[in-house]
Design a protein around this ligand. Structure first.
Ligand code: PSV
Ligand code: MN
Length: 426
C-alpha cells in the first residue's frame, strides 16, 4: 500500500482551519517559530526493521494481523510512516533477521519511499540454524577463540551488507556477560571483547562509525560485559575515533540520570546515537514519551545544548544514529511508532525553547528555583502546533494517527498480506 501526497493532503483539508487557529496562538507565544520548524523538518528518526511486527514477552505474543512478511514489506511499512510524518526517513536493519539478498533492488525500493539506510545491526545474541558454534556462553567475549572468530566474521558480513545498501554505521549490541558469580573472569572477558571489537573495527570502511551499545542486564543477570556507559566508553576510546557509545533509554539501572550521561558523552565527542523507547521498570521497550516525558525533554535539552557547544547539529546527514528501539506488544506497531516519533519531535521542539543564556546565568548565581523554572517553562509550552506545522511544510499529514485510521491502513495491509502473518524479529 502506498499513501500518495494527494491522499494525505485531501485528508489534511478538513483539519486545516483548526490547525491554523492553534498555530497562530503558538506563534503569539513562541519566538522564532520558523527556525524551530526548520529544525523539526530536518530531523529524521530511523525505524528498526524488527519493530514493524507485534512484539511479545516470554509469556506470549498476540499478533495483530497484516505484519510485513519480507524486507520489501517492511520497507513498505516504513514508507507509510514516512509518508504520514516525513520524519521517519530511514530504516535500520538487523542481520540476519533481514538480509538484503538483492541489495540494489532493495535500495531502489527504499529510495522510492524516500528512505535511507541507517545503522546496520549485528546479532550474536541468538544462534542461527546454520552456524557452527553456539553463543550460549557469549560471542565476542567467549573463552574459545573459534567462537569469537565466528562472531567477528558475522559482524564483518553485516558491514558488507551495510556497504551494499549505503549504511554508514554498525551498531554492536552484545548480550555477553554472566549469570552467576564466578562464571566469568571479568578482565579476560573485557580483553577478549576488546580484541574482537578491534578486528571488527579494522574492517570498517573509512567513512563508517561503530556504535557500542551498552545494557545493564538481560539476558545475563549477574554481569554484562558492556554493562554501562563507562564500559562502552572504555571500548570506544580504546578502539579509536570511529567508535562511539550508543545510548538505549531502557538499558540503565532504575532511576539512572540519563541526561547527565548524555551531557558527558557529548562533552567527550563520543555520543554516537540513541535507541529511543520508554520504561517503567527495566528494558520495557514502551512507546517513547509514554511514561517519563519530562526525562525525554531533559535528555533533549542536553542534546540540543551539547550540539550547540560542539557546533555539531544533529539533523539529517549529521552521522548521529537516531533510532526507535521499541516493542509493540498490545498496540498496532505502526500507530505506536507514529506516537513515538511525535513524542521525540515534541521533546526536541521544547528543548529548542530553553533560554540557555538565562539558564547559565541562574546557574552562575546558584539560583536553583530560577534554573528549574526556565526548564519547566520550556517543557510546559504546548509545541504540538509547531510539530504539526512542520509536518504540513514537509508535505506530511497534520494528524498522522487520524489519517492512518481514517484511511484504514491496517485493514488494507491485512487484506493484502493476511491476518496470520508474522514479521521476523524478537
Ligand atoms: C537489546 O535489548 C536491544 O536494545 C539491542 O539494540 C538489539 O539490537 C535490540 O534490542 C533487539 O531487539
Ligand atoms: Mn537497543
Amino acid at each position: 500500500m502506498i499513501l500518495s501526497e494527494k491522499i494525505i493532503q485531501d485528508h489534511n483539508t478538513s483539519l486545516l482551519a483548526k490547525h491554523k487557529l492553534h498555530f497562530e496562538f503558538a506563534k503569539s507565544q513562541i519566538n522564532d517559530v520558523d527556525s524551530i520548524i526548520k529544525r523539526l523538518v530536518d530531523f529524521q528518526v530511523a525505524i528498526p526493521s524488527w519493530a514493524l511486527g507485534t512484539g511479545g514477552t516470554r509469556f506470549g505474543r498476540f499478533p495483530g494481523g497484516g505484519e510485513p512478511r519480507s524486507l520489501e514489506e517492511k520497507i513498505e511499512d516504513v514508507g507509510l510512516l514516512h509518508a504520514l510524518n516525513k520524519t521517519s526517513g530511514a530504516i535500520s536493519l538487523h542481520i540476519p533477521w533481514d538480509i538484503p539478498t538483492a541489495p540494489k533492488d532493495i535500495q531502489t525500493l527504499a529510495a522510492q519511499h524516500g528512505l535511507a539506510f541507517d545503522a546496520v545491526n549485528s546479532n550474536t545474541f541468538q544462534d542461527q540454524a546454520d552456524q557452527e558454534y553456539s553463543y550460549k556462553f557469549g560471542s565476542l567475549q567467549n573463552v574459545n577463540k573459534a567462537i569469537r572468530k565466528q562472531a567477528v566474521d558475522h559482524n564483518i558480513e553485516v558491514i558488507k551488507h551495510g556497504v551494499d545498501l549505503g549504511s554508514k554505521s554498525l551498531t554492536v549490541w552484545l548480550s555477553d556477560g554472566s549469570c552467576f558469580p564466578g562464571q566469568l573472569n571479568f578482565r579476560k572477558a573485557f580483553e577478549n571483547t576488546l580484541e574482537s571489537l578491534q578486528e571488527i573495527y579494522a574492517a570498517l570502511p573509512a567513512d563508517w562509525k561503530m556504535f557500542v551499545e551498552y545494557k545493564a542486564f538481560e539476558p545475563n543477570f549477574y554481569s554484562m560485559t558492556v554493562g554501562d556507559w563507562g564500559q562502552s566508553l572504555l571500548f570506544a576510546n580504546k578502539l579509536g575515533e570511529k567508535a562511539y557509545t550508543l545510548v538505549d533509554l531502557g538499558h540503565h539501572l532504575p532511576n539512572a540520570n540519563i541526561e547527565q550521561i548524555v551531557s558527558l558523552l557529548m562533552m567527550e565527542g563520543k555520543l554516537g546515537g540513541f535507541h529511543f523507547n520508554d520504561s517503567k521498570y527495566g528494558d520495557d521497550d514502551l512507546t517513547v514519551g509514554s511514561i517519563k516525558p519530562y526525562q525525554l525533554f531533559l535528555i533533549f535539552n542536553e542534546l540540543t545544548q551539547g550540539a550547540q557547544l560542539n557546533n555539531a547539529p544533529f539533523d539529517q546527514g549529521s552521522g548521529f544514529g537516531w533510532m526507535i528501539d521499541a516493542s509493540h506488544n498490545i498496540k498496532d506497531p505502526l500507530e505506536d511508532l507514529l506516537q513515538s516519533v511525535e513524542a521525540i519531535q515534541i521533546a526536541y521542539a521544547q528543548s529548542l525553547l530553553v533560554d540557555t543564556i538565562a539558564l547559565e546565568d541562574a546557574r552562575q548565581n546558584n539560583d536553583v528555583a530560577k534554573a528549574q523554572e526556565i526548564l519547566q517553562e520550556a517543557y510546559r509550552t504546548d509545541v504540538r502546533a509547531l510539530v504539526a506545522e512542520a509536518r504540513i511544510r514537509a508535505g506530511a499529514s497534520l494528524s498522522p494517527i487520524a489519517a492512518y485510521r481514517d484511511l484504514k491502513v491496517r485493514k488494507e495491509l491485512i487484506s493484502e498480506r493476511g491476518l496470520k502473518t508474522i514479521a521476523t524479529g524478537l
